[in-house]
Each structure stands twice: as C-alpha cells, then as structure tokens.
Design a protein around this ligand. Sequence first.
Ligand code: PCA
Length: 216
Amino acid sequence: MADATEPTVLLTAFEPFGGAAGNPSWDAASALAASWDGPARLVVERLPVVFAEVRQRLAAAILEHRPAVVVATGLAEGRAAVTPERVAINVRDARIPDNAGEQPVDEPIDPHGPAAYFSGLPIKRIVAGLRAAGVPAAVSNTAGTFTCNQVFYELMSLAGRDGLRAGFVHVPATPGFGTADLPVVPLDDLVRALDVVVRESLDPRPDLVESGGAEH
Ligand code: PCA
C-alpha cells in the first residue's frame, strides 16, 4: 500500500481520436489505477489528442503530482505487441486531423529544440519483464509523427528540466476496437503489461544490455 513517503508515478493515456469510441490506452491505464497495489502512489491523467494542448497539460500534471517517474502511453492500432519507444523526434506530420481539427505537416514541435530525445526508461528491461509475464513486447524505434510522438518529445524536454525518469509506451488495440482484421491484445493483458511497465520503471537498476534493434 502506498503512503505519503512513497514516490509518485504519473501514468498518462489518451482520449479517443480518429472517430473511435474509446482508446485502449486509457482503458488499461484507468483499470490499472483502480487495482494498483504497487510500491508507489500511482496517478493517471487522460490527455487530449490535441497538438496545441499537450505540453501545457503535461506540465500542469507534473506540477500537480510531483512524480518521480512519468510513463506516457498511447494506442498504436495495428501493432501486435506492447512497445516501449526508444526515441521521440522533433516533427509533427499528421496523417489525420487531431481532435481540434489541426493537421500540421512537417512542422517542428519546438523550433529551438533538439532533433530528438531518447527515452529515460529501461526499455530493454521493460521488454524482458513483459515477455516474462507472457505479454508480446518489443522495443519500437519510431513513435510516429502524431500526438503520441509530441507528448513523448514534450515529456522528455520537461523531464530533463525537472530531473524525472520518463518515457513512452505504445499499446496495441483490444478486441472489439476498430478494424476487425488488425492484431489485438486482451484488455486484461494490457493492464498487466502497464503494471510491469510501471514496476520496471520504478526499479532504479540500469537497463539490460541486449539487442532490441531492427534492420528496418
Ligand atoms: N495514439 C495516437 C495519438 C493518441 C493515441 O492514443 C498516436 O500514436 O499518436
């Protein structure tokens, strides 16, 4: 049971977007918050799929909750595995409009920012922990160019300023969500997966040195 002396983990997920009724990232994050009995205080925030709002919403949540660790999550429909993201890039190139109708093309997130930020989470250890728990998992080397990538980029810029351990994890769709022939992972498995992600992220040991690379 967490108490006031324990660290806080901020877990974020997203509202629905692209005309969908729900977002499995939020279904999993909110279910984990309801059942969490881990070694920290866990707070969850649902972020808007709106480019213009995410930095301010993230900064406000960090100011309010003072987390030691931030794990941001979002849906990657079509992926068959839970995928800790390695890198956030300084670009917005939207294939579909965000929930405010904005569709930036080839714009920087921060014109004065670095080209990219690497995750601060132990992504290899997270993948190993997920596989040990029976959840399909892999390191991802692209978080895309939509609002998830922007949240990841803004988060790493805020994390560097505030000394937080932070990163981003994409989750697959759940059964009944979206297009019928795309891969899915049951919601219970996604909840267990986020539990593993949060526990591994809290664990201060260094990351594993083992390949999570890909040829393409
Ligand atoms: N997935 C989208 C945005 C919100 C979400 O859950 C993405 O991957 O950018």
